[in-house]
Design a protein around this ligand. Structure first.
Ligand code: 2P0
Length: 339
């Protein structure tokens, strides 16, 4: 065993989330401040596990995702770890290994669980023990949606007003156990998307003639979703969630050049979900910056939803999930897979 393997290691797990009221657009790209608030659900079946060990023998951070070095991701990881070095006043570098149990960059929210896990592991390894709202703020610097994966169940991300971003953080709205919705994800393309969320958001804000209307309407959708969640009113949550997803995609399509994340299977899945709802099944859809359709349903509807979506041409795989917990962390006496 070499020295680095024996070093104490923080091991964090964070689960993916997706928004019901969508985040699309930034008011400050450097601090990654959103132009709109958002409301999400955290899943239990899609997660990132990140191990982090501080190593005084290193001259820079070492980051591996699923056993491979990724220069772009490494720069983002290191920039975030710089914050932890500053906060702890410890100029020490880290070995970080991270693995997702689902495809990266395919519209399944890998950056959300990834940065939430990184921040949670770093918080423990640097001995900071920050409150969850501070971890949410730091996770946001890595990826806007990651601020939400610090928490479980139903979560609201605030737009915030401050220029320093201290109030652009997420907070839990309701525990998963109080309304245990189910999710069926229809995966039609596992490849990385052509235009990532960050680039897509910037292009949309700069070029869409409808951007101001999107930002102006968001408080209405947030309020409708908050009420629906508090009242466990499925029909109301279905209405506002589908409206938010379609509006976000309509907005993205209106960028120049337009962003089109749907494929043929996406569109067919949306029709199937609406047919199921018309037939009395409690289900609605949402779609993020990729072609996968996420069908959110009451538990009693989930088998019928899975059966209907599995039958759509182009759907390659279904992922089924319940709602999950916030990010958590333990300390172990060595890394499983040293970088
Ligand atoms: C959401 N998405 O609310 C929206 C809907 C995708 C579509 O949050 O630039 O990867 O890192 O802050 O967090 C994905 O955006 O973007 C996302 P950055 P992020 O779930």
């Amino acid at each position: 065993m070499n020295e680095s393997e024996a070093r104490p290691c923080a091991r964090a797990t964070a689960r993916a989330n997706f928004a019901l009221v969508k985040y699309w657009g930034k008011r400050d790209a450097a601090l990654n401040l959103p132009d709109v608030g958002s409301i999400s659900i955290t899943l239990d079946a899609l997660w990132t596990e990140t191990q982090l060990a501080l190593d005084p023998s290193l001259e820079r951070d070492r980051f591996e995702l699923s056993g491979r070095h990724d220069a772009r991701a490494s720069a983002r990881v290191s920039a975030l770890l710089d914050r932890f070095r500053a906060l702890s006043r410890r100029q020490v570098f880290a070995r970080v290994t991270s693995a997702n149990n689902f495809p990266t960059g395919a519209g399944l929210a890998s950056s959300a669980s990834g940065f939430a896990a990184l921040v949670t592991a770093a918080d423990r390894a640097f001995g900071l023990d920050l409150p969850p709202e501070r971890r949410s703020e730091l996770a946001r610097l890595g990826s806007g949606s990651a601020a939400r994966s610090i928490f479980g169940g139903f979560v609201e991300m605030h737009r915030g007003e401050r220029v320093d971003g201290r109030d652009a953080i997420a907070e839990p709205l309701m525990d998963a156990a109080r309304w245990p919705l189910q999710v069926v994800i229809a995966v039609s393309d596992r490849s990385q998307k052509a235009v990532g969320s960050t680039e897509g958001m910037v292009r949309t804000a700069e070029t869409s003639p409808f951007y101001a209307g999107w930002v102006g309407n968001q408080p209405n959708d947030l309020e409708a979703a908050r009420r629906a969640i508090q009242g466990r009113d499925f029909e109301a949550l279905a209405r506002v969630s589908e409206a938010s997803a379609l509006t976000m995609h309509g907005l993205a399509m209106s960028a120049r050049p337009g962003l089109l994340y749907f494929n043929a299977a996406t569109v067919e899945c949306l029709h199937r979900v609406r047919q199921l709802r018309a037939a009395g099944h409690a289900v609605f859809f949402t779609v993020d910056a990729g072609p996968q359709v996420k069908a959110v349903c009451l538990p009693e509807a989930s088998d019928a939803v899975a059966e209907a979506l599995a039958d759509v041409p182009g759907v390659r795989e279904l992922v089924r999930s319940g709602l999950g917990a916030g990010a958590d962390c333990g300390v172990f006496d060595r890394m499983d897979r040293p970088a």
